[in-house]
Design a protein around this ligand. Structure first.
Ligand code: DP6
Length: 348
């Protein structure tokens, strides 16, 4: 794979209930913002995402009867909640599959923390697949997706090559709330550019932000209606490989979500000044005939969808906007997969 930093996994004495998985980040083209069941983490509405090539988390899990508690090390664990969410997920796996052993978890992401790329999406997808391998569960991809959803809703979409659709399902137990593949990376010729405008940690995480919007925004129901209305239209355009229709629908979805966020009490204002300037720049590029559209998540960075032929020009233009510190580039890529861990003493 060659993109994750090299690190070594110590050999355990006991039987090797250990596995490593790599999972990519993804960006929603049609957003998820709101839960039908908070405890089971079931979304209110479906969502559609693009899997991001090269922006990945690699996670090794080793279940070990000798451990008195879970040990979690790696990147993206700066907040106490990040670590406790992983332990809560391991508790869920233990309970569901009758496992008593604690686990050692080592997780590394190769994309910059604070770049506005969902490390929870790649992190929980990689953790789910590594647990499946370590415990020999042999889960179907739909079961992996539903399980990863319990860690983070967006993680359910990181198992698939190219493009995925999350189904909110209708069962009370959430067992039919999982994602499925919509098509391979070639389905839609697109490049995804991330204009990074601030590296500060976000003030309000997605889970808390969604709860606030659902509880206080007068536009929450309207947002859910907009998401339900936009989903089949975006899916059809995607299946037709029609970026000129996907782009505006993705932009609409992001703006409708941010309208609901802004109208929450107190308001959820994830944007910074440079966020607005990038949105304006992309509109200006469109006026010049370049196919480019924005999408924004629960943070200040702007992700720009653009035709590959125009990606150099658009990236250059974004980098010139005052307040943009760097521009990351990605394309639709492969979904989560098992890999062999590096073992101490082997290889470079
Ligand atoms: C704005 O998946 O991070 O990125 O399920 O509470 O962990 P939890 O939320 P999370 O929310 C993602 C929100 C979003 C839109 C999206 O990815 O669909």
């Amino acid at each position: 794979m060659g993109v994750c930093p090299a690190w070594e996994v110590p050999l355990a004495d006991a039987e090797p209930r250990r596995a490593t998985a790599v999972a990519p980040s993804n960006i929603a083209l049609l957003k998820y913002w709101g839960k039908r069941d908070v405890r089971l983490n079931v979304p209110e509405t479906g969502s559609i995402s693009v899997t991001l090539a090269g922006l990945e988390t690699q996670t090794t899990v080793a279940f070990d009867d000798a451990l008195a508690e879970d040990r979690v090390v790696g990147t993206g664990l700066d907040t106490p909640t990040a670590r406790s969410r992983i332990v809560a997920f391991l508790d869920l796996v233990r309970e569901r599959f009758g496992v008593t052993a604690h686990a050692q978890v080592r997780t590394e992401s190769n994309f910059p923390v604070g770049a506005g790329l969902a490390s929870s999406a790649s992190g929980f997808a990689a953790l789910t697949l590594a647990c499946d391998g370590a415990l020999g569960l042999g889960l179907e991809v739909s079961e992996l997706s539903a399980l990863a959803r319990r860690g983070s809703g967006s993680a359910a979409r990181s198992f698939f090559d190219g493009f995925a659709e999350m189904d909110p399902g209708s069962r009370a137990d959430g067992s039919d709330a999982f994602a499925h593949a919509l098509g391979p990376p070639e389905l839609l010729p697109v490049e995804i550019l991330v204009a990074v405008v601030s590296e500060q940690a976000k003030a309000v995480g997605s889970t808390e932000g969604m709860a606030r919007t659902a509880a206080t925004s007068p536009f929450y129901r309207a947002w859910l209606d907009a998401a339900r209305d936009g989903l089949p239209r975006l899916r059809d355009a995607l299946l037709a490989g029609d970026l000129a229709t996907v782009g505006p629908l993705a932009e609409e979805s992001a703006m409708a979500m941010h309208a609901a966020m802004l109208s929450s009490r107190p308001p959820l204002l994830y944007w910074r000044g440079a966020t607005v300037e990038v949105v304006r720049r992309v509109a200006a590029l469109r006026d010049m005939g370049l196919g480019a559209w924005v999408t924004i998540d629960a943070g200040p960075q702007v992700k720009v969808l653009t035709e590959p032929a125009h990606a150099d020009t658009v990236a250059q233009s974004l980098a010139e906007v005052e307040g943009v510190s760097r521009v990351l580039r990605s394309r639709p890529g492969p979904g989560a997969r098992r890999v062999e861990p590096r073992v101490a003493g082997e290889g470079a």
